[in-house]
Design a protein around this ligand. Sequence first.
Ligand SMILES: NC(=O)c1ccc[n+]([C@@H]2O[C@H](COP(=O)([O-])OP(=O)(O)OC[C@H]3O[C@@H](n4cnc5c(N)ncnc54)[C@H](O)[C@@H]3O)[C@@H](O)[C@H]2O)c1
Length: 402
Amino acid sequence: MFMNQPEVVMIGLGYIGLPTAALIAQTKTHVHGVDINPKVVETINQGKIHIVEPELDTAVENAVKNGFLLASTKPVSANNYLVVVPTPFKSKNEPDISFVEAATHSIIPLLKEGDLYIIESTSPIGTTEKMRDLIYSQRPELIDKLFIAYCPERVLPGNVMYELVHNDRVIGGIDDKSTRKAIDFYKQFIKGDLHSTNARTAEMCKLVENSSRDVQIAFANELSLICDKADINVWELIDLANKHPRVNILQPGCGVGGHCIAVDPYFIVADYPMESQIIGKAREINNYKSFWCAEKVQTAKLEFELNKNRKPSIAIMGLAFKPNIDDLRESPAKYIAQKVLQNANNEQYYIVEPNIESHNVFKLTDYKLAADKADIIVFLVAHDEFKTLEINENSIGFLRNP
Ligand SMILES: NC(=O)c1ccc[n+]([C@@H]2O[C@H](COP(=O)([O-])OP(=O)(O)OC[C@H]3O[C@@H](n4cnc5c(N)ncnc54)[C@H](O)[C@@H]3O)[C@@H](O)[C@H]2O)c1
């Protein structure tokens, strides 16, 4: 326990909450971190971390050692409360804000006049107002006496400790005084510009940033499907089109994955299905691209069998959702590997993911061995390791590089 009341309570000590807690603690501010997972709490209180993120280990070790960060499964009274819990989607691609609600419930009894409550979790439009109504329904004596705001996070995993400090932030309160109060709070830790707006715009801003990426990638993926049918090299085509001074087409791939770009657009589509035609269609196109890739592998297998009169061996290169990481969340490569294996018919398969040691579903093979042994090599993720591999005549690449 801190000797005095902490200034900040951080609810959710995952990929975003823990680095943010450590950053705030670095400024000699007492942070009380809360997580419902007792293992997470125990690890942090030992000065260690439970996630992989460069420079986070020393930041947490110092924060805990110097007494500015303490973790617990229960919140305590403070002046500032930050909610950084997961916001996944349920079946039918609808956002699940139950974690945000649970986190809010846990602090409602602790709130007092003048406190600042901020949601950082990626959230559907209107979530901050919903939480305001929830809080005030249980504490009507606090109506208009709290500061309530939304401030989304936009860091890149792998570079979080730098980006947390230097990225610009969008901050939207439920009223102007909340926005100003939240900006004053973040000013203490953040060097990037702080842009003020209202809560709904800030919520939408986060969703739009990722939807914009998704739509642009869908355009490139759609081109790759058209070019395949039209017998045009899509990479050459995009290079040439991008010579236009105002055209900048992204690169196609085997789909879109991860817990942000592949998820956040659904938060808009679920609430505004009629209005979000392009955003919804982009999600469909990017999902379809993964299905199409799996079908391509199936065709290559059958063609090999027909031509060589034997079953091929197949290497699936990469499972992660993007190059050089170990994160398989919503990964199109993982989906393709599963789909290909569902169609297996006594072929030999080598599943490769150099960034993880083992997997509970896939038996993993060393990437060099797999590339050496396989008749058909399917490149799904542009991991650095794959760039030096020799490719054979039957290789299939859904990526420019390798
Ligand atoms: N990871 C990213 O790169 C990233 C980037 C931008 C935005 N976000 C958003 O930030 C939010 C958090 O993401 P994350 O990656 O840090 O998630 P995470 O799963 O890594 O961490 C969330 C933590 O919250 C804890 N938790 C859940 N319910 C709780 C509760 N009621 N009380 C206390 N703790 C609770 C979990 O045990 C977990 O440790 C999400 O909305 C996500 O979409 C994440």
